[in-house]
Structure formats: structure tokens, C-alpha cells
Design a protein around this ligand. Structure first.
Ligand SMILES: Nc1nc2c(ncn2[C@@H]2O[C@H](COP(=O)(O)OP(=O)(O)OP(=O)(O)O)[C@@H](O)[C@H]2O)c(=O)[nH]1
Ligand SMILES: [Mg+2]
Length: 193
């Protein structure tokens, strides 16, 4: 699939009034690579700020993407959850922010739940998948940082994550761009359905 991005720009936060367009949201624990994945999908180096320091993204940020010969959409960068150094109260704050954003949001077409390909699914991931299902939002799993494993290591982890979650994850790397085409295909399948 040939994707040509005409324009990609920051459009505001969940608190702004924005024109109605399909939304693709990215969730996952801090440092899993949400912001990097959005940049990689858009072929941009630093539209979305990334950081080695977990907890960088604190708001729900909307990026408007205009694509040649395809409908425009928003990519939505959600704050990371499960950052160990953040106080427990932050976790329920995340749930509250996300639930409010998910609830009754007809434009939200896919919730991409990111998991580091080397890590086991934990309660946080299962909770987010559950939140999506409750709000009738289609969840997809992306196994990030796939460049850190060999091909056979990837296959093994994909099987394990599928068994633990019931969803087959797409292996992806913001570094090598592995998986970008497949993710775009799934996005268009969903928003044109
Ligand atoms: N090797 C490798 N490193 C990656 C990949 N994606 C992200 N990283 C690195 O992981 C770190 C965190 O990436 P971010 O994209 O900022 O992660 P985030 O999920 O947006 O983090 P928060 O905003 O804190 O929730 C950075 O140092 C990235 O360079 C990848 O595919 N491969
Ligand atoms: Mg981020």
C-alpha cells in the first residue's frame, strides 16, 4: 500500500473543539514507543515529542493527518500508564481521562494498544483492552521495538502475546519501519468499513 502524507500537524488536545474526523488512538505504558510509532507511521522525525524519560506525554494530543487519495484522520497520542515512579493516584487519573475520552466517542475507530515485544502482558494492558471493549472500540495490539529481537525471537513472542491476550499483535519497529505498511492497511480497513 502506497501512503503519501500530504500534511501532518498538531491539532490540539481533547479539550479543544475539533472538526469531526476518524480517530486512531495509541495507548501503552510509558516508554513503550507510542510517540515514536506515530512519527514512524507519518514518516516524520519529531512531529510528536519522544523521550528516554518515561512520562513525557501527559495530555491527549491530536495530530491531524491529511493523506493523498485517502480520508483525513487524527492520530491521538495518549499519555503513558504504568510508570512505576508515578504515584498510584495517577493510575486512576489515567483510567478516568481515557474512559471519558472513549465514552460515546463515535469517531474513535481503533485503539492501538502497544506492548514492548520483549515484555509480558500485565494487568495494565488487559485493563486497557477491557476498557476499549466496554466502550465498543476496536482494539489492536502492536508489539513495539521488534528490532530488539531476531526473526525467530519475534515469532515466539507473537505466539505468546496472542495466547495471553486473544489478539494477534502486529510486530513493529519505529527504527526499521517494520510493520508500518500492515498498520496502515488495518487503519484503512477499519475507517472505510
Ligand atoms: N529500538 C527501538 N527503540 C524505540 C522504538 N520505539 C521507541 N523507541 C525508544 O523508546 C523510547 C521511548 O519512546 P517514546 O516514543 O517516547 O515512548 P512513549 O510511549 O511515547 O512514552 P511516554 O510519552 O513517556 O508515554 C525512546 O528512547 C525511543 O527512541 C523502536 O521501535 N525500537
Ligand atoms: Mg509519548
Amino acid at each position: 500500500m502506497m501512503i503519501k502524507i500530504r500534511d501532518a500537524k498538531y491539532a490540539g488536545t481533547v479539550y479543544n473543539t475539533l472538526p469531526s474526523l476518524p480517530q486512531i488512538a495509541f495507548a501503552g505504558r510509558s516508554n513503550v514507543g507510542k510517540s515514536s510509532l506515530i512519527n514512524a507511521l507519518l514518516g516524520r522525525k519529531a512531529l510528536v515529542k519522544t523521550s528516554k524519560q518515561p512520562g513525557k506525554t501527559k495530555n491527549i494530543n491530536f495530530f491531524q493527518v491529511d493523506i493523498v487519495e485517502h480520508p483525513s484522520l487524527y492520530m491521538v497520542d495518549l499519555p503513558g500508564y504504568g510508570y512505576a515512579k508515578v504515584h498510584r493516584d495517577m493510575k486512576s487519573a489515567w483510567d478516568e481521562l481515557a474512559s471519558r475520552y472513549f465514552q460515546g466517542n463515535k469517531d474513535l475507530k481503533i485503539l492501538m494498544v502497544l506492548i514492548d515485544i520483549r515484555r509480558e502482558l500485565e494487568q495494565e494492558e488487559l485493563l486497557v483492552l477491557d476498557l476499549a471493549r466496554k466502550a465498543s472500540i476496536k482494539p489492536m495490539l502492536i508489539a513495539t521495538k521488534a528490532d530488539k529481537l531476531t526473526y525467530s525471537g519475534r515469532i515466539k513472542r507473537i505466539g505468546e502475546i496472542t495466547r495471553a491476550s486473544g489478539i494477534e499483535p502486529i510486530p513493529a519497529s519505529a527504527q526499521t519501519k517494520l510493520g508500518m505498511n500492515e498498520i496502515w492497511e488495518r487503519i484503512f480497513q477499519e475507517i472505510t468499513a
